[in-house]
Design a protein around this ligand. Structure first.
Ligand SMILES: [Zn+2]
Length: 330
């Protein structure tokens, strides 16, 4: 942008980077909690891009992708357009390493819709980001991650006809396996209803590996994905880079198959490797009770893949807990 821009307490001129916070909430003992932001204002005009990490507070890897991209990779003097980066999207959950905030048990603010400025403490972060940032942006990437055993992938929603083609272009640029959710109302469709009163910017979600830890592998995968998206939109120079083959699975594009949930409780054992091809009927997990009996066996519902096994804290689970995120073969 060729003029200065202001977000929260950060004002930056063309060709500059600035650091600060977008908004502040307050805890019961008067402790203020700020939402950190980094703003890079390019020397030349171009698209406006928001990316964020740790919207689920336990998934800290996104904060390190933000650090790498904003502090080591980009140069505001060579940038076309504007980048607003939110390293820690949910500071309340982040403090405890938890997906949700302990104050209201909300599993992360939503940055892709208007949210509720008069809602709970976490929802207010989401509303501030929508009002002040997302609603003014041209594209958005949210960085999440799963806990091992899991794969890396890019979630791409095709629900909204207004942005589905751009979502697909963004997802393809990331170089990660695309897990696409077909339109709502069709088989396995996921996602909320489309609200005609607003149009979200095109957006995708990255899911990285071992998200509780700072690893080179996931930092590299996430950084390459973000820079590729910026190259596609002409914000920086350079060729789009492929992701390393060993992290791309399922032929690069698969359809979301939802989740597998436990009916029983106990200790879950995982019997397959995320990313590998699994035939319908293959056993993918078992639950043992405390006495060592198998109380539930999980057979895969179709030909496909497990993209991540999942568990709340460790592999002890309750009735109704999700034990795997799954996809169809194509
Ligand atoms: Zn997440």
């Amino acid at each position: 942008m060729k003029t200065s821009v202001t977000f929260g307490d950060v004002t930056v001129g063309p060709g500059e980077i600035g650091f600060g916070s977008l908004t502040t909430v307050e805890l019961a003992d008067s402790t203020p909690v700020k939402l950190p932001i980094i703003v890079m204002n390019g020397a030349e005009d171009g698209p406006k891009f928001l990316f964020s990490g740790a919207v689920h507070g336990g998934e800290l890897i996104g904060a390190n992708v933000v650090r790498r991209v904003m502090r080591e990779e980009l140069d505001p003097k060579k940038l076309k357009g504007l980048v607003v980066a939110i390293p820690i999207g949910n500071p309340l959950g982040f403090m405890f390493g938890d997906r949700a905030s302990p104050q209201d048990l909300v599993t992360g603010p939503r940055f892709g819709s208007p949210g509720n400025a008069e809602g709970s403490i976490t929802q207010r972060f989401g509303a501030a980001v929508w009002d002040q940032v997302t609603s003014k942006m041209d594209l958005r990437v949210d960085i999440h991650g799963n806990y091992p055993p899991c794969t890396a992938f890019c979630l791409c929603s095709l629900h909204d006809d207004r942005i589905k083609d751009k979502n697909t272009e963004l997802a393809e640029a990331t170089g990660l396996t695309i897990v696409y959710s077909p339109p709502k109302g069709t088989l396995d469709g996921m996602g909320g209803a489309i609200d005609p009163s607003y149009t979200p910017p095109p957006s995708v979600t990255l899911e990285l590996i071992d998200a509780r830890r700072v690893t080179e592998v996931s930092t590299d995968l996430g950084t390459r994905a973000i820079l590729n998206v910026m190259k596609l939109w002409g914000m920086i120079e350079g060729e789009i880079e492929k992701q390393p083959e060993q992290y791309v699975w399922g032929g690069g594009r698969v359809k979301n198959g939802g989740t597998i949930r436990a009916s029983r409780g106990g200790i879950v054992h995982f019997t397959r490797t995320p990313g590998e091809f699994i035939k319908e009927g293959d056993v993918v997990a078992k639950i043992y009770n405390p006495w060592g009996d198998v109380v539930e066996t999980f057979k895969f519902p179709f030909d496909g893949h497990i993209r991540a096994y999942t568990y709340p804290r460790h592999q002890a689970i309750n009735t109704g807990d999700t034990i795997a995120y799954i996809t169809h073969d194509k």
